[in-house]
Design a protein around this ligand. Structure first.
Ligand SMILES: Cc1cc2nc3c(=O)[nH]c(=O)nc-3n(C[C@H](O)[C@H](O)[C@H](O)COP(=O)(O)OP(=O)(O)OC[C@H]3O[C@@H](n4cnc5c(N)ncnc54)[C@H](O)[C@@H]3O)c2cc1C
Length: 316
């Protein structure tokens, strides 16, 4: 059996999305000798998409995988120690903070930057997987542009779904909201905006059964009042299917130590990346219920590294 090993470092970065790698660039340049663990999805969420058109500096767009490779090489150029490995448990009760990697090694770090991201919730339909990247999206801000003057459906009935539907309505010809309940779970103001939009149709009491299409999504199979005596089936023709039923921040590992909101987003203080424990910082989607974009994740990764450096100077 392998011996459990220990290592002392100044700055540990958990996660290899835009937040983690940007933190690594800044922390390495500040001579914090950061160690970054990539986790189970090296490169983060952008590696499962095709082209990124809204990250500054790429006038022709860039493939998600290429962009993350570039970021990784940039961090490595300054000496960031980038390693495969998943944080499996942690103890933040005393400094240095202890994080166990793959259950077999403990890293003791003076500062920790958590950049573990968030995952969009899906309905769990096989068709969401089948049409991933060819008509199914969980981000209207990212993909709405591809549906200019087209028809789209948005699954969900909360504030986020309304926001996504309104955003899409400014681009698309027709937006259908597929809402399970007979009402919207959104603020009154948001509901009014949705009902006032001439090109949004709200389909109350509808569930999605599946998607269809030869070359990507061409429509949605729906059931109205599922399981009731008057249950009925219908299809709508759309070019895109957007999930807007929420996200799950990857923060479970830290929940015994760090304050989170009711969804699990790590709470940060006053526009910084500082958490409730001095020396522990949270950057990117794991602490961002609002924007969840690559550029905002990268920006907060920069903030986290700068704040980690200042924290260490203050300690010295
Ligand atoms: C399909 C898709 C398309 C998108 N398109 C765009 C777009 O066009 N433009 C845009 O701006 N945004 C887009 N986004 C959103 C963007 O990907 C995210 O906002 C961004 O990736 C968040 O960066 P992050 O660094 O916070 O986390 P993520 O990219 O989610 O990375 C999280 C990292 O944490 C690691 N990790 C998690 N748990 C652990 C653990 N226990 N131990 C170690 N590591 C761990 C993972 O392996 C991963 O490397 C898209 C998202 C998706 C899903």
């Amino acid at each position: 059996m392998e011996q459990h090993s220990f290592e002392k470092i100044r700055c540990l970065i958990i996660g290899s999305g835009p937040a983690g790698y940007t933190a690594a660039v800044y922390a390495a340049r500040a001579n914090l000798k950061p160690v970054l663990y990539e986790g189970m999805q090296p490169g983060g969420q952008l590696t499962i998409t095709t082209v990124i058109d809204n990250f500054p500096g790429y006038p022709e767009g860039v493939s998600g995988t290429d962009m993350m490779e570039d970021l990784k090489r940039q961090a490595a150029r300054f000496g960031a120690d980038i390693r495969p490995g998943v944080a499996t448990s942690c103890d933040f009760s005393t400094s240095p903070f202890k994080v166990v990697i793959n259950g077999e090694k403990t890293v003791e770090a003076e500062t920790v930057i958590i950049a573990t991201g968030a995952a969009a919730k899906y309905l769990g339909l096989p068709d969401e997987v089948k049409y991933a990247g060819s008509g199914v999206s969980a981000c209207a801000t990212c993909d709405g542009f591809f549906y200019r003057k087209k028809r789209v459906a948005v699954a969900g009935g909360g504030d986020t779904a309304c926001e996504e539907a309104l955003y899409l309505a400014s681009l698309a010809k027709q937006v259908y909201m597929i809402v399970r309940k007979p009402y919207l779970r959104a603020s009154k103001a948001m509901q009014e905006k949705v009902f006032a939009a001439p090109n949004i149709t709200v389909l109350f009491e509808h569930n999605t059964l599946g998607l269809f299409g030869e070359q990507g999504v061409e429509g949605v199979h729906l059931v109205r009042r599922q399981g009731e005596a008057d249950e009925s089936f219908t299809d709508i023709a759309v070019d895109g299917f957007f999930l807007a039923i929420g996200h799950t921040p990857n923060s479970t590992l830290f929940k015994d130590w760090l304050e989170t909101d009711e969804t699990g987003y790590i709470k940060t203080l006053n526009g910084t990346t500082r958490t409730n424990i001095p020396g522990i910082f949270a950057a990117g989607d794991v602490a961002d219920p609002v924007y969840r974009q690559a550029v905002t994740a990268a920006a907060s990764g920069c903030k986290a590294a700068v704040e980690a450096e200042r924290f260490l100077i203050g300690k010295a």
